[in-house]
Every structure is written in C-alpha cells, then in structure tokens.
Design a protein around this ligand. Structure first.
Ligand SMILES: [Zn+2]
Length: 66
C-alpha cells in the first residue's frame, strides 16, 4: 500500500517576518542566529558585527547589522 502524504501537511509558515520594511529571516534559537551571523559575516565580508536580537512579534530571533 502506497501512502502518499505530504510530510508537511497543514499550513506552512515561512520562517520570516516583516520588521519595518524588511523581510527578515527568523531563527528559532539564539545559537542558530549566532551561527548564521558568523556565516553571513564570512560570506559577505561584512565589516563589523551582526548582532542577534529577539523579535518583538514572536518567539524567535533576527539578525541586525546595527
Ligand atoms: Zn520576527
């Protein structure tokens, strides 16, 4: 019997949210955001430091270049 069922049934919530005019990626944990920040700094040769802050609209974190 073949069971064809979408693993992600239900509503798909993209892990992003609007912050001001920017569509920001959400990170579930501070650790995850910190890791993404380090990768972004390396990949994009960002001078300075990306900081992690908790979103005021949900239980997740975002990166800020300020
Ligand atoms: Zn958010």
């Amino acid at each position: 019997m073949a069971k064809i069922k979408h693993p992600k049934s239900g509503v798909y919530e993209p892990e992003r949210c609007w912050v001001g005019d920017t569509h920001k990626i959400c990170y579930k944990t501070r650790e995850e955001a910190e890791m993404a920040a380090r990768v972004a700094e390396y990949d994009h040769h960002i001078e300075g430091h990306l900081s992690v802050y908790k979103c005021e609209y949900g239980d997740h974190y975002h990166l800020s270049s300020n």
